[in-house]
Design a protein around this ligand. Structure first.
Ligand code: HSE
Length: 433
């Protein structure tokens, strides 16, 4: 049986999962592929660590360049992460004519354009299913299953850590810190968890999805990003009692030759299926002009789910190699020459319903001043709720608005924040669906 040799860079959580699937499910994969995937080399700084797998003699090395320079290896799985050594190794592997599978969303979202160009020039592919949504086949779905659709929008929960934190606070009332510690212990938080809770991990994934959905250059820097750190248990409880859930959503929409791409906490009604996606699970709803709405749901992080996505990429590449076919599905879903520099719409240009929480001194006339300013900015109040319970001497006033313009909300809140009676910056959550 034909053999295809693969090398792994990094035996952390996902790298170890990949090795486990290659070794434990080898015969199954061979029976589907018609060739044997052989783990030829795996590089990690700690090769003596017990990972619960038996590696053949000479597989492990501490030198990752030994892997990318090995002439017998066809496919490199880059599972180191980060934007320094991982980038150097990918470029070296491409130079050596090897195909790449990577989970490195931070690298792809900021330097993907350059890497895809290098790969295209060399006639190799960079596959990245494990970079977004763990086991969910979101890249394959957009690139292949929906290739006949104009994709109109994608919205989803793409960060398990944030979803776990928000779900734990909603269902068990635990503190933010305890919920984050739980996500870290479970192993799905990034090494630097601020990437998760400040929304950047989600933005990395959204930049990749926007690019392949709309045929645009990868653009991370123009995505609007807000994390979940300003959300309090009070906001979550208010949402719960009002028939909503708060989720960190990634949203990207294409219309009139511009893209509205944003990451922010979002209140969604229980009628939206994303509101029922709890714990560390991820889900996305993709809207296409032929399919309408479709949803993917599954484990967005973790050892085996992410490894499963990486292996599917390896098998796709191996199938092309077996058939001596140079024509892979285009890496970025569109032919290279068709990828355009599509502009992003400013967040100021969107319209939405809003939840706003003010912290105010409990004195006469405050509510009328707030509602007067909102009215002057054409912001219509749908409901108001004030609790008796004081926090640092202030009372919370929660409002839901009808559809308003973001720019007007921003201007109104700047004026309201400068009132003497307002004790801290208002919390704003956009409402979708
Ligand atoms: N830190 C990410 C998450 C891991 O929590 O979803 C998967 O990208």
């Amino acid at each position: 049986m034909k053999e295809i040799n693969v090398g792994i860079l990094g035996l952390g959580t996902v790298g170890t999962g990949i090795a486990k699937i290659l070794i434990n499910n080898g015969p199954l994969i061979a029976s589907r592929l018609g060739a044997k995937l052989v783990l030829k080399k795996a590089a990690d700084l700690y090769i003596d660590k017990d990972r619960g797998i038996y590696f053949d003699k000479d597989v492990l090395t501490t030198d990752p360049f030994e892997v990318v320079n090995d002439p017998k290896i066809d496919i490199i799985l880059e599972m180191i992460g980060g934007q320094t050594i991982a980038k150097d190794l990918i470029l070296k592997a491409i130079e050596n004519g090897k195909h790449i599978v990577t989970a490195n969303k931070a690298l792809l979202s900021s330097q993907g354009g350059m890497l895809f160009k290098a790969a295209a020039e060399k006639g190799v592919t960079i596959a990245f299913e494990p970079s977004v949504g763990g086991c969910m086949p979101i890249i394959k779905t957009i690139r292949e299953s929906l290739a006949g659709n104009n994709i109109q929008s994608i919205s989803g929960i793409l960060n398990g850590t944030c979803n776990y934190i928000l779900s734990k606070i909603t269902s068990e009332g635990v503190s933010f810190e305890d919920a984050l510690a739980g996500a870290q212990t479970a192993g799905f938080a990034e090494a630097d968890p601020t990437l998760d809770i400040e929304g950047y991990d989600t933005a990395h994934k959204l930049a990749i999805l926007s690019s392949i959905a709309f045929g645009m250059e990868i653009n991370l820097k123009d995505i609007y990003v807000e994390g979940i750190t300003s959300i309090s248990a009070m906001d979550i409880e208010f949402a719960r009692q009002s028939g909503y859930r708060i989720k960190l959503l990634a949203i990207t929409k294409f219309s009139e030759n511009a893209v509205d791409a944003r990451v922010h906490p979002t209140m969604i009604p229980l009628s939206n299926p994303l509101s029922h996606v709890d714990g560390s699970l991820n889900a996305v709803i993709i809207s296409g002009d032929a399919v309408g709405d479709m949803m993917l749901y599954g484990h967005g992080a973790g050892m085996m789910p992410t490894a499963s996505a990486a292996i599917s990429d390896v098998i796709d590449i191996a199938r092309s190699l077996i058939n001596n076919s140079a024509s892979f599905v285009p890496m970025q879903s569109f032919q290279v020459a068709q990828i355009r520099d599509i502009p992003f719409r400013s967040i100021d240009d969107i319209s939405s319903c809003y939840y706003i929480r003010f912290s105010a001194k409990d004195q006469p006339g405050v509510l009328s001043k707030i509602s007067g300013i909102l009215g002057n900015h054409q912001i219509s109040i749908k409901s108001v709720h004030q609790t008796e319970q004081k926090l640092n001497g202030a009372v919370p006033i929660m409002m839901l608005t009808h559809v308003a313009k973001e720019v007007e909300v921003k201007q109104a809140l700047a004026k309201i924040s400068s009132l003497d009676a307002i004790t801290s910056k208002p919390v704003v959550i956009r409402i979708e669906g």
